[in-house]
Design a protein around this ligand. Structure first.
Ligand SMILES: [Zn+2]
Length: 301
């Protein structure tokens, strides 16, 4: 369940983590990052274990969570995890899940009706799942009063009506059950690079992990946050930004986006709010000669 110690404060905004999963990956390190380098892991063992790497299992630890952002009277849910009851034959971890995610959201003070906006960094299955839920055998939007914002380039890639090559890719199932019903309900808003979600949140293109992947940047009274989706998967990539992830659609572009994002976070002192980092989930990025370092930032309340 959500605990009182999962909320960060930034300017007038509060940001609460809503967990779906936290645990060891069902892949080896070399599967998870095809160009994994064991010496990088070994050099950082003093902080990666036990929250980011399990010595017992020899595997990385990852989280799957959403960020609940409250700012300017709006209640915003950013990335919606894997969802319940969905067929995901290509990814065992998310197949036919049944987690108390909505109870955790309620425990954080937000009922589905309270969500004003859903922001999706990209349209992979573990970022759109709770966009919809099963009601009377049909997938319907989980958040009846929300506008759902996602990238136009992502929509063009995953919708098999627009990209016929997707018809033979099993992963288009996530679009069909978690994105299309939102479009059909008239609740979807397609956005591009530079779009202003509110006066304090903007959209920036960060292609690579997915072709139309975007990040959301929050700025309030000098305080900044970057919600980076899957531009980075694991805190070790701060020290090895060239590591690509097994699910990167365009690995080389993804590495460029990751380095650029880390540079900008360091320059602008923007806290990084990823979706898959282990505890305490949020990091400050620092520039170092030849690379980057980080400091984790614990929740304030
Ligand atoms: Zn992901």
């Amino acid at each position: 369940m959500s605990t009182p110690t999962n909320t960060w404060t930034l300017g007038a905004a509060t940001i609460t983590r809503i967990e779906e999963h936290l645990g060891v990956t069902n892949r080896t390190c070399e599967e998870y990052f095809p160009n994994f380098e064991r010496e990088v892991l070994e050099r950082h063992l003093d902080w990666v274990a036990p929250d980011h790497y399990s010595l017992q299992h020899g595997r990385l630890i990852t989280s799957v969570h959403s960020w609940l952002v409250r700012v300017d009277g709006l209640t915003i849910l950013l990335d919606t995890c894997g969802g319940n009851h969905k067929d995901r034959p290509w990814t065992h971890r998310f197949h036919q899940q049944n987690t108390p995610y909505l109870q955790r959201l309620r425990a954080a003070g937000a009922a589905p009706e309270d969500i004003d906006m859903v922001l999706c960094t990209h349209l992979h299955a573990d970022h759109v799942g709770w966009n919809t839920m099963l009601r009377d055998g049909r997938w319907v939007p989980t958040f009846p009063n929300a506008k759902y914002l996602y990238s136009r380039a992502e929509d063009a890639y995953w919708d098999k009506r627009k990209n016929p090559a997707m018809a033979t890719d099993q992963r288009h199932m996530a679009y069909e059950d978690s994105v299309l019903p939102v479009v059909q309900a008239g609740q979807a808003v397609l956005v591009d690079d530079g779009y202003d979600v509110t006066s304090k949140i903007s959209v920036e293109a960060a292609p690579g992990h997915a072709p139309g992947h975007v990040i959301f940047k929050l700025a309030d009274n000098g305080a900044r946050a970057t919600f980076c989706g899957d531009v980075i998967h694991h805190a070790l990539q701060i020290y090895a930004p060239h590591w690509t992830h097994m699910a990167d659609e365009w690995p080389a572009e993804g590495a460029v986006s990751r380095r650029k994002m880390l540079e900008t976070c360091a320059e602008q002192r923007a806290l990084l709010f990823p979706i898959h980092f282990g505890a305490p989930f949020v990091a400050q990025i620092n520039r170092e000669p030849g690379g980057f370092s980080h400091k984790f930032v614990a929740p304030k309340k």
